[in-house]
Design a protein around this ligand. Structure first.
Ligand code: AFP
Length: 338
């Protein structure tokens, strides 16, 4: 008996939604195809001329790696011509890319083509993150109202992680499912269905070197997590890759909390709402966890620009709530954090 393929799984989910036209299913499948192409380029990175930077700085002020460009072009070519999208929002692009006829469809995809790309040359796990909205207005043009929306209005989200194996993880609101790419046959095969975050937080992921720039609540929160370890037992361990998608995936597997708070260097936060925080927030909530900016649920944040940045605390619910309590305590708003 062979495992279920991604296409079969998406199609089976589609059948549970009477009236579904199969557009979203086909779009998800095409995102998977883009992931296969990027995966093969990532695997060849040391053998062909795709390592290193292009020398260009992108709209985020970050150096564009050659593989960033490859990934961006791949998503544009494959997803942009899938026939299912009317606009693409990319971390790498200054503005919204409108898709012309005859490829135009009803969905809008926001994506980070290659998250963690500053790690590429060191062979560290990187990934493509995506979130999908259905076009809102009946206007034939793509209007600002079509994409300037809170993450709770997404219909699906996921990522493709190029790690020790390539995995495709997605949710369309019916649980979180994980597929592993079998490179021999070029298919994603179901490896974990209805993923749930482990109830216990075993991992703390934060860039401790930002400590000097943190607000007091972050020291309080991190201190409370570390205090769980005593002579008797180490209950929490520190793991931080610096590749959000990989940090997130590991915490989803083992139970953990990742945080990238605002700090004195980055008062608006570092991570991008559309391309990083929103998709991971939808996934974590579907898996029984939570995602917050410290003051509100990530999925309720109303963006004010395409490249809106945010603080992010994501993972086990108890720890995300503890972080929110620490924020409130230092803002003098709520009850003292336990
Ligand atoms: P890159 O895609 O430019 O590598 O950025 C990745 C990222 O946004 C996120 O994946 C990491 O968690 C974060 O940056 C790490 O950045 P710091 O070096 O500031 O901790």
């Amino acid at each position: 008996m062979h495992g279920m393929t991604l296409t079969q799984h998406i199609r089976a989910a589609q059948l549970t939604h009477p009236g579904a036209k199969g557009e979203l299913s086909s779009l998800l499948t095409q995102i998977g195809v883009a992931g296969k192409i990027i995966s093969s380029k990532v695997n060849m990175a040391g053998l062909v001329d795709v390592l290193g930077s292009t020398g260009v700085v992108n709209v985020q002020g970050e150096v564009v790696q050659k593989l960033d460009e490859v990934a961006e072009e791949t998503v544009q070519d494959i997803v942009g011509r899938s026939g299912h999208v009317c606009a693409l929002l990319s971390e790498e692009r200054k503005s919204v890319l409108e898709i012309p006829a005859p490829y135009r469809g009803d969905y809008i995809v926001a994506y980070d083509p290659l998250d963690g790309s500053s790690n590429i040359d060191a062979n560290v796990s990187i990934g493509t993150i995506f979130g999908i909205f259905h076009k809102k207005s009946l206007d034939p043009e793509v209007t600002r109202a079509d994409w300037m929306r809170p993450g709770r209005e997404m219909v699906a989200a996921g990522y493709i992680l190029y790690g020790s194996s390539t995995v495709f993880v997605y949710t369309a609101g019916d649980g979180v499912h994980c597929f592993t790419l079998d490179p021999g046959v070029g298919e994603y095969i179901l490896s974990m269905e209805n993923l749930r975050l482990d109830g216990r937080c075993k991992v703390l992921s934060v860039n401790h070197c930002n400590g000097p720039y943190w607000e007091p609540w972050v020291h309080d929160f991190v201190g409370q997590i570390l205090a769980r370890n005593d002579d008797e037992k180490r209950r929490v361990s520190g793991r931080h890759i610096g590749s959000l998608v990989a940090d997130f995936h590991r915490n989803l597997m083992y139970g953990g909390v990742y945080l990238y708070p605002t700090d004195s260097r980055q008062p608006k936060g570092k991570l991008r709402l559309f391309y990083e925080a929103n998709p991971l927030a939808m996934l974590v909530e579907e898996a029984g966890g939570a995602a917050s900016d410290g003051r509100q649920r990530i999925l309720d944040v109303m963006p004010d620009e395409l490249h809106h940045r945010t603080a992010l605390i994501v993972g086990n619910k108890t720890e995300v709530e503890l972080a929110e309590a620490c924020v409130a305590k230092y803002e003098g708003k709520g009850p003292a954090a336990p």
